[in-house]
Ligand binder design. Sequence first.
Ligand SMILES: C[S@@+](CC[C@H](N)C(=O)[O-])C[C@H]1O[C@@H](n2cnc3c(N)ncnc32)[C@H](O)[C@@H]1O
Length: 318
Amino acid sequence: MTNTSLPIHQPVMLDEVVEALAVRPGGSYVDGTVGLGGHAFAILKAAQPGGRLLGIDRDRYALKHAAKNLGSYGDAAVLSYGNYKDMKDICDEHAIKHVDGLLLDLGISSLQLSQPGRGFSFQRNEPLDMRMDSDQRLTAAEMINESTEDELAEIIWKYGEERRSRRIAKAIVDDRPLNTTGELAGVVEQAVGRGRGRSNNIHPATLTFQALRIAVNEELMHLQAALASAHSLLEATGGRLVVISFHSLEDRQVKEYMRNHSADRPRERWVPDVDPEPCWRRITRRAQKASNYEIARNPRARSARLRVAEAIPIARSA
Ligand SMILES: C[S@@+](CC[C@H](N)C(=O)[O-])C[C@H]1O[C@@H](n2cnc3c(N)ncnc32)[C@H](O)[C@@H]1O
């Protein structure tokens, strides 16, 4: 079987993902961020004969591509529009109780970044949208134009780790309404200038755009909910959870979740009433990174951090 129409999005750490999931023939998998189906294709390939995969994405457009790219697997690939925070319910809808592995490849795809009209990038001037799920009501323009200055500063600080968040928030409020990516990038650039110690290649609005995207799509909240529900899908099989993150906020969340719920967590992290039994065995203690070979061919892989944990049963009292 060959995968001819891919890729518009180049999946990162493909071999590492298949290995980390310990994919086996006949196994059952969930890809919570199926995107264009690059990872899903490789997982399905390694799971034959008999393997199956449920692919979830909140972007209907990505799902159309995934359907084409995974078409050769027929019924073995099932696709579902939805949010990975609801994956337990989505699995229930498809009568899936347990799976052998679960993948979350976080963030946005190259398709979303490059697709005209999505408003994720300041490389083109277009409406400030940034919604991964076009059915969602809140857009980046609404957030920019309707939040208070304090709320904007908090978003830019919290999700962009941008130390000039207050100055940027004030400039935005002074110049609103802002309705395009070009207007926002221009205001940020005017507020903080270019360069100044940083590489001139990094646009001064990079962290502000990242922060808005995370806030509009509630990325960190959804990740937390997904991590919390993953165990129940993997517990019966001792299956693996594999997460690839692309910035430190996500990676920190994944690292802390896996550490705080693992059998080898530090003693001071035991919270007996809240989390009486450890439920994960950490397979990676340090995040795995892409090889130099891959980074040279796909610059997006440079910031990828892969973490893996294996579900262990929770001992429940009778
Ligand atoms: C980095 S891309 C995944 C690419 C995919 N692994 C591939 O090989 O084509 C991330 C995908 O996750 C989706 N996504 C992000 N947050 C999501 C969420 N909370 N629920 C479902 N899908 C989400 C995005 O729409 C995007 O298509």
